[in-house]
Design a binder for this molecule. Structure first.
Ligand SMILES: [Zn+2]
Length: 364
């Protein structure tokens, strides 16, 4: 009986952690309310003068249908017009696989982090605000182990279906959640489903964001599709063979996800295919090594994990693309003053103390 009671109390304590982490943030997986005082304050800070007059598209399942009327070329819709605008869609570094994972963090992310650490590969994680507040410790681990964080919105809706104010809310709440937990202000983002047009680009730019798409459908690993893994591996092998036969003057960005065990499992089977073709690996920060990795950081995180030798692309077996000076450590420790108010990190610490207290009472 005592054991059952102890377990119950501990479970309640763990539930308290989750509850406290959610304090102050919008409901998960929903477009945040644009009428909240916080979003209204953010909207006052942003000048959207000149935003293209493109109406939000009707919601689709999950992506909107392409407009049936003649599409204005100035809309530059990625999904309907294959128009990339000024998005980044190639890794600037030659012979480099820009490693990106979307939709996390999630419990399956931990397995992936173990693997990437063993392989000495640094990746960019395009995180969802809704998941960031659920798994703040995984987010912190990503930063601590030399990975790069970027935004994938709060609730994963197609941004082309949202109003300008809703786009601001999606981006700023995610930015705040990551800032509260890590002190880092995100700079790069990937739109859910790759859905973007010039109105969305304009709003994102006013928020200081740089858009990163994946290089093309051949670099979509299809880890999200319910087809046999062997088919995905065969298809991606053909993509890598084609790339390996090219001059490799620029690298590529892939589309992968860390939100399911299946995606994480596939990732561990695809990396060796790149290694076998002598392709280097880098996060977006490593691919864009001349630029700051975050809006509040002038230092670019090292694309290499601590103790990893860097190498010039295409000349050696190193798994990582070398990056410019600076280290992730300096970014991690650069906590922003005032960011501690009702933060997930603080909430977690309070809850952790509570758990420790309960445990000590039970063990006494
Ligand atoms: Zn996604």
């Amino acid at each position: 009986m005592i054991k059952v009671s102890s377990l119950t109390i501990l479970l309640l304590a763990l539930a308290a952690i989750s509850a406290q982490n959610l304090t102050g943030y919008p409901p998960r997986d929903e477009v945040p309310d644009v009428n909240s005082p916080q979003v209204q304050a953010w909207l006052k800070e942003i000048d959207l003068t000149g935003v293209p007059a493109i109406a939000p598209y009707p919601p689709g399942d999950p992506t909107p249908a392409c407009p049936t009327a003649a599409i204005n070329a100035n809309d530059c819709i990625r999904g309907c017009q294959s128009c990339n605008g000024d998005d980044l869609f190639e890794c600037t570094a030659p012979n480099t696989w820009g490693v990106t994972f979307d939709d996390g963090p999630a419990p399956s992310t931990s397995t992936l982090l173990d693997y990437l650490r063993n392989q000495k590969i640094s990746a960019s994680f395009f995180v969802m605000g809704s998941n960031v507040i659920m798994y703040p410790d995984i987010l912190k681990r990503e930063v601590a182990e030399g990975h790069h964080l970027a935004s994938h919105t709060w609730s994963h809706h197609a941004l082309t279906t949202l109003t300008n104010a809703q786009i601001v809310a999606e981006m700023k709440w995610t930015e705040k959640a990551v800032m509260d937990i890590t002190g880092l202000r995100l700079k790069y983002m990937r739109p859910p489903y790759g859905e973007i047009n010039n109105r969305v680009r304009f709003v994102l730019k006013r928020l200081g964001y740089v858009v990163v798409d994946w290089t093309g459908d051949e670099f979509d690993t299809l880890d999200w599709q319910p087809i046999p893994e062997s088919e995905k591996i065969a298809r991606f092998t053909r993509s890598l063979d084609a790339y390996a036969a090219s001059p490799r003057t620029k690298g590529f960005y892939c589309l992968e996800h860390d939100i399911t065990p299946e995606g994480v499992s596939l990732a561990q089977k695809l990396v060796p295919l790149g290694v076998a073709r002598n392709i280097s690996f880098a996060s977006v920060a490593g691919c864009e090594a001349g630029a700051a990795a975050y809006q509040n950081s002038i230092a670019t995180p090292s694309a290499s994990l601590p103790g990893t030798a860097t190498a010039t692309a295409g000349t050696g077996p190193s798994r990582s693309q070398s990056a410019s000076a600076g280290s992730v450590t300096s970014s991690v420790t650069a906590k922003v003053p005032g960011a501690a108010s009702h933060t997930g990190g603080v909430a977690l610490s309070v809850a952790s103390v509570f758990v420790a207290l309960v445990a000590s009472i039970l063990l006494a």
